[in-house]
Design a protein. Structure first.
Length: 157
């Protein structure tokens, strides 16, 4: 009986130790960022994080994804860097009209990156992009890579 009690105690200690080590990755994250990450990337770990400058906070996930937040810690970009953006993120965070457009065009499972600024959302697909104008609600698809790069540079700057 003592041996069984010893094994149980050791097992409980191991579980407590492992869970406290796993929580340490979240201690450096601001609460709002931590909530975002645990909601949309619950099965991944943070590999690095920090302020790029005084206005941009980034988190790099163990799967390679990078999420960028503004100075108020609202997301600005979710980039799968070759991986897909979680569909629950698309449902929760995109304007309904943009989400419906992606659904109608069967593009929800093809989203690799989403950028937003005060004027527009830019959804990058494998070989194209979709732009949603916040003020007008217009949805456009750029005809050239140059047009898309111009918009992306404008959203960053």
């Amino acid at each position: 009986m003592k041996v069984l009690t010893g094994y149980i105690s050791a097992f409980i200690l191991l579980i407590v130790t492992m869970s406290s080590c796993n929580d340490s990755q979240w201690t450096n994250l601001p609460d709002k960022v931590s909530e975002f990450i645990t909601h949309y990337y619950p099965d991944e770990n943070v590999s690095s994080e920090g302020w790029n400058d005084s206005t941009t906070f980034y988190v790099k996930m163990s799967g390679g994804e990078v999420i960028t937040f503004d100075k108020s810690l609202n997301w600005e970009e979710v980039n799968g860097l070759g991986g897909l953006v979680p569909q629950v993120f698309l449902f929760d965070e995109l304007p309904p009209a943009l989400y419906e457009y992606l659904q109608e065009t069967q593009s929800l499972s093809k989203v690799y990156s989403v950028d937003r600024n005060s004027h527009e959302y830019i959804v990058e697909l494998l070989n194209s992009a979709v732009i949603y104008d916040i003020d007008s609600g217009a949805i456009t698809v750029p005809v050239s890579g140059t047009e898309l790069m111009t918009r992306l540079n404008h959203s960053i700057g």
